[in-house]
Design a protein around this ligand. Sequence first.
Ligand SMILES: [Fe+2]
Length: 321
Amino acid sequence: MVITHQAESHIGKVAKLATKVVNTVRENQVCLTEDPSFYWMRTLARFQRVREWATSTPESNAQASTLLPSDCLFIKNSFDRVSQILEQDGYYQGLQLSSKTLAAFLKFAETTPCYANRNPDLKFLLHERSALEAKLGRPILLGSYFDAHEAFQPFQALKTDPLLLAIASTYLGREPQYHRGEIAWSFPAPASEAEKLAAAQVLHCDINDYKTIKFFFYLTDVDAESGPHVYLRGTHRNRKLHHQFMGQRCASIPDETLIETYGADSVETVCGPAGFGFAGDPYTFHKGTTPTRHPRLLLQMEFGINQYKMWHFDTNHTKQN
Ligand SMILES: [Fe+2]
């Protein structure tokens, strides 16, 4: 009887692995056919040398200072210091939305329907969350506004803000190409390891181009209990070779192992009041932690150096934090 159970378990594991391999091969075939440049980028951009080579000769001549006119945001350091910190750490903390822009986004979040766990069939307004949870019989982990922000003028103003674009342009060494953005809630709820993985709430890296930069803004106060963003400082440029080979599959490595490898002193937890922002290279190991007490509303937008036909993220559109 014991042997039968072991055999069943073994067959189950083999079947699961086979399904995974078949799906990966199928995805790669589709990718190679529909957008070969995206396929090769995704294959090669996991390696630091390739990433450095792809942007080794800056083409962008962004001239910027804190004097750039911005109606949307402020930076706490000089422009040069922001660029220096970004290069060195992979992240810069110290952006701040104007109160007018913050108020506009909060109004948007209150009055625009979002989608539970990024499921297009589970539409709800913020005040309807409890009712929907009761109907579903389970807590909602995420509430995404999908692409509704793209038609929202304050989002467009932020996306084309001269100061924000100057930061992106200087870091990328190219004219920034907008990839995508999202406004989403993370709600406090017990999450399994699989759910955390699907919601990018484990340490991972995103490889969406040879070089990208992402801007994050907290739209609600974020403390240690509100799902703060966490990153491992400097891991955009001191990546172990076997982690480079693994690329985005590093998400399967336990957080503790990555922290042990790169040092506990590299762990940065980003807390801040509503309106606080930061910029980061998503190749740096990072995650959005699971809120334990308060919901978190986050706005994020990513810029790269190329435009690809294919969607940059997994088909379940979850790798976003
Ligand atoms: Fe991510």
